[in-house]
Design a protein around this ligand. Sequence first.
Ligand code: AMP
Ligand code: ZN
Length: 454
Amino acid sequence: MDIFLENTLSGKKEKFKSINENLIGIYNCGPTVYDYAHIGNLRSYVFADILRRMFEYNGYKVDQVINITDIGHLSSDEDSGEDKMTKALKREGKPITLEAMREVADFYFLKFKEDLNALNIETPEHFPFASDHIKEDIEIIEKLIEKGITYNTSDGLYFDISKYKDYGKLGKINLSDVEKSRIGLNPEKKNPRDFALWKFNNELGYDAPFGKGFPGWHIECSAMSRKYLGQPFDIHTGGIDHIPVHHNNEIAQSESAYGVPLANYWLHNAFLNVNSAKMAKSEGNYITLETLREKNVDPLALRYLFLTARYSSQLQFSWEALEGAQNALKRLRMKIGELNDSSEINEAYKSKFESFVNDDLDTAKVIALISELLRDEHAIGKKSTILNFDKILGLKLDKKEDFEIPEHIKDMILKREEARKNKDFKTSDEIRAQIEELGFLVNDREEGAEVLPK
Ligand code: AMP
Ligand code: ZN
């Protein structure tokens, strides 16, 4: 079956064509490990996981990279502000050394892996650390120096965007649209959009032929993607915030150095918002998986919430929405648990499912399709068909939910049954409404009332 993906590079939904017949190379811009990831960040990796699982479902092998940025990322993506790792060292009272940076990075990397695990995200083939790839960074930078595309300022070695005619092609960014304030930030830059390939630092950093210091954040992704996936590779992903700067910079330097595209498809996830603002560390409105666990929320309820929207649509986070997702997931697992096991697959629903996921990962339609299938009285093979969908959804839909109906609800159900027997539908409706108020749903079935959490 054909696969269609929305490619930021062309601005269109395109029929996907892989470079190798059976192997798909995917690079996901990874976390900067100076702190815990927030659930907005994690939306990026759930999206990458759905992408990976979709390819696997379609019979491809996937070679996936999530890089770990453990050096060189400044607080502004435009090469200004404090180094994020140095900030973490100060926060944690550690010495400002490369060894201490790695220690902090290892800790938050471990936490990141725990988060991926909790969200049932499949482990990628590679988790390269930026600090282990200095040689590869230097190799690209030397190529760019050789080609005369760089220049020095007092604080670093910069890429001259006037030497790359396609600069800004990803997302067709408006080059004249540069905030005036930024121009003043570094008067030595020829163009405010020129970016650092290397930042000089005489005290701390790595030796390079062009001076001691740190690689720029953008060059790290160019170097690690090329090393593990080759150039060009199939798909590069990240959040939409990376389009205007980080990803256009990756493209400019990789394509200038080697004369071939960096990646054929660029996919971007939209933000997870809180009260219409992006969830972000800098906004102070962020939540981590740890907070969810403290509140007894199953991390897979968050995964469910993410899947109710397509990756490219904005999603509003609220505790009410998450609670709704948790209850919906619980209900779904319980309903599936009640279905008879059979190995039969419902071909009509399966083919709808495949058309939805292969149409730019429309998980929202898949979630709706599950309800439709459960309601369909004539459908065969419900259980195995839905568990087949779960190969991509990854919601552990076959998990047993231990659910006890509280005693006071059981009493109300008995009273309601009594009223129904006496054809006192007014009372029975009133009791149903009271039960619903208390957070439970009542479904009348031939064999008696079924009670589920709302
Ligand atoms: P960072 O660690 O800041 O480089 O971010 C890791 C990934 O999370 C990047 O792909 C970002 O684009 C993405 N991201 C950051 N904030 C959000 C958000 N609120 N919603 C969705 N994705 C986000
Ligand atoms: Zn990146």
